[in-house]
Design a protein. Structure first.
Length: 143
């Protein structure tokens, strides 16, 4: 008696023609190139995401100020932390200007930020904070 597994194998799963098998052959070089391209693409996306992190954080502070989500001193503290991280400063001081920035503009900016953080907030504190964020956005692009 014939083996039923061998007789039904061609009915259930027909064998592929030899031409199709030869054309669709696996190439180790091709799969290696595809894998390396995928890894390089993921690394590029991660690098771009990491590079834009400070800009996203500054945008979040500016949006919170525009929508008045927190008091001005709290948002000013977040902006202070952003500036210290962005320019690698131990503290934001009007006398210590980061390289590449105008010292007079930096001094005025740092004094306005300190006034928002430590003095009673002025009535237009949110607009001052938005303008400080806008100035910091320009510094972020050019510095």
């Amino acid at each position: 008696m014939a083996d039923p597994r061998n007789e039904l194998a061609d009915i259930i799963v027909p064998a592929a023609p030899d031409a199709v098998v030869a054309a669709a052959g696996t190439s180790l070089f091709l799969w290696t190139a595809v894998g390396l391209a995928g890894v390089a693409g993921v690394a590029l996306l991660a690098w771009l995401w990491h590079r834009r992190r400070p800009a996203r954080a500054l945008h979040a502070i500016a949006a919170a100020a525009a929508q008045r989500q927190s008091p001005p001193p709290v948002l000013a503290a977040r902006l202070d932390a952003w500036v210290r991280a962005r320019f690698l400063l131990p503290r934001v001081d009007a006398a210590i200007c980061p390289p590449g920035l105008d010292p007079v503009v930096w001094s005025d900016w740092a004094k306005a930020l300190a006034q928002l953080r430590f003095a009673p907030p002025p009535p237009d504190g949110y607009t001052v904070l938005v303008s400080l964020c806008e100035r910091a956005r320009h510094w972020s692009r050019h510095a």
